[in-house]
Design a protein around this ligand. Sequence first.
Ligand SMILES: O=C(O)CCC(=O)C(=O)O
Ligand SMILES: [Fe+2]
Length: 781
Amino acid sequence: MRAALTTHGYFYSSNVDCLPQTYIENVYSYAQQLHALPTEQKRHCARPKGTYSGSDVGVDELAYEAGSTASVRAWDYSRTRFPTSGHNYPDVTCSVTGQGFFEFLDDLYERQDILGKALMTGFAEMLDLPPETFAQCFEGHDMGTIRLLRYPPAETPEEAARRQVASYGISPHTDFEAFTLMHQSAAGLQFLKPGGRAWLDAPVKKEEFVVIVGDVLERFTNGVLRATPHRVLQTEWERFSIIRFNAMRPETLIQPLPEFISKSRPARYTPVTMQKHMDTTLTRLERGLGAWEKELETPVERLINYHYPSQYVVQRLRKGQDINIDGHLEEDAWSEVPWLDDFLDLAGPRFDGWKEASRDYARRFTGSSNPTRVKLRWDDAFLYVAAELRSRQEQASVNIHLDRLPQAVWGRTVVNEALRPYFDDDFEVFIDESQSNYFYVEFELNARNASYTTLWSQPQAGLGSVAPGVCCNTTWNGGKGLCDHGVEREGGSWTLEMFAESLRPGTGMISATSNTTEMWVLEIRFPILSRRSSQEAVLLPENSPTVELCHCSVSAQPHGDQHGGLLNSPVSQRLPHVQAEKLHPANGQRFWWATFANALHAPWWSKLTAADTKHPELIKQRCQEEIRGDKQRYGFSQFLLDANNAAPTCYYEAASQNLGGHQYMHNPDVFGYLQFESTPDAASCRNVFWLSRFLLAQLYQAEVQYLMNRNFGNGTYTSNLVQLLNPSVCDISNACNATALQQALDYVNVAIHVDGARSGKCVRYAIPAVQTSNWTGGALL
Ligand SMILES: O=C(O)CCC(=O)C(=O)O
Ligand SMILES: [Fe+2]
């Protein structure tokens, strides 16, 4: 329970004898009877005096999140909270059991009590408290409530489309009581896991009950357990749920227990009775203030909770465990580890001129509507990656491994001739082991095992494309950016060892299988650090030609065939101080930056011909048609028409990273974290460097913007932070968020040293781990 609650915020209770499946079905059929009553009758039972609420009687569910609306309709039953009197309850007997309203719900209440009490004891034991701690305030007339909920279906296609983007079944909130038992007839319920940002779907389980923590347990444990934020989406389909809030008796004092108070962790909540806690929370709600006020969240916590990227704990394979790279994820090694599934639609926030550049917006086409899921394991030799991808219509036209790219390929926009797997729907992996923005590996695979790997010396676009200590002395690049376009032409000068000639073909390193037209599964094992001898021609020569960091004016020389593990980049393609060995998880390296993506394209994209590509305006038109069609079908389109691109792209990318300015994969600064662990179920720990990483990335963006803006720097950088915080300089379309930056600056000391004008000089951009120069000048804030 503890592991489930701290990692996921919920767990499922199964084998609950007192609430068997047939019984649950009875509850649903009685709920249906109640909800099917004529409006007139429901109006008679409406709140405040009755037990019914819903928009059909003009008593909407309270807005848990200020400003939101909810479509849920509820029959509520509580022995203490709203004792029903007179005739304000429905006089309906259950057609299966013959019981009336009170009789039926009392029976359900008693049965739920059995599970509830067991859990109260369980919670106490889990927290090393005397088993009776919670259960003793539960017996008798507690403040618990049963809710039989109905979420009406969408009546029209327009309504269905609208529901994809707007409003809720029930808006985000935490429950006020100790813990909640939930059962749902259909999907729609979602949770935020502790510290998480992505809403995760609660699977529908016929015989099991979801258990989540509420405010009261959070208060008792002084915040050690956190109430689980949850919400219900406004689904197209009709949905019923059976909810039971488990609470204490009204007079019970809810206060942090001494076991959870220490000098370093003083009591964070004032004592309050159960009754008072309910009253205050409800009053707040009635005033439209929203209940989901996270009292505990300090500004820095809020900042971290909102912007921290996805993170996955990669567990080492246990002794004797093996993974067969065959595209079937049947091994224990896979089933025993969780999925990484909080993906964001990178294209999304660019719609409508960034008006909705929020994570919620970026998530509207991920999650249950379009799941992308990844799992990872590691051992001394390999990083294992498994993924399940969905696409509307999976496309795979390319079927070769692409290395040693003929130089000419890069000059072309010809899609099908270029044979790049990423013109198909593909899975993409980006790993920056040195966590520096430089020399990161990219790997791509389509559903026909066509693959592509390359090592990028700089981010291909945007952020970090100026290396620390090395200045990019190009011209201004037509205002497009600084050295903004990297070195893809180098692809092939280095590839992963698994693609070395001597190891081919098919050495069980990758396998992609598609089992339906909509889903494909893949498995990859990446060598981490190759130890093969030089005779085998895969150990990388130490004297390979130096590659200039600035590729804007100097064209890079291909190195010839070089192959290696993720850490075997040639010495010339590493930061000077980075030692490959030290970055190996087996040698104690705990974090790497990484992101994974499911990249989807319009179905015709990979079939474009050379002739087509001579007419970007036609491609653009087709893409616009695609977007229009989607908008009619779904109310919005996930495809991005990137008008800035010479050949317009028509793609969608769900990626496991934070949002960045370019909404593109090539921004290591927004990559998520891989956390390597050797013990099973190790806790996920946030990386302490993240805040400075986040802040410096934003400052960098702001500096570039400042420099290029005629009304601001007009060719010069600034060491004045106030100038960088100007919203015209630090704006969302440029991955800069002035509010977040301002908040971060309250917690991190920053000095900016500027050499002066841009030409030949640089603004230095570094994170602590890779800072290579001394800072001088600038104001220390
Ligand atoms: O319907 C559901 O699954 C959730 C309902 C809920 O969160 C509530 O009533 O507090
Ligand atoms: Fe709830």
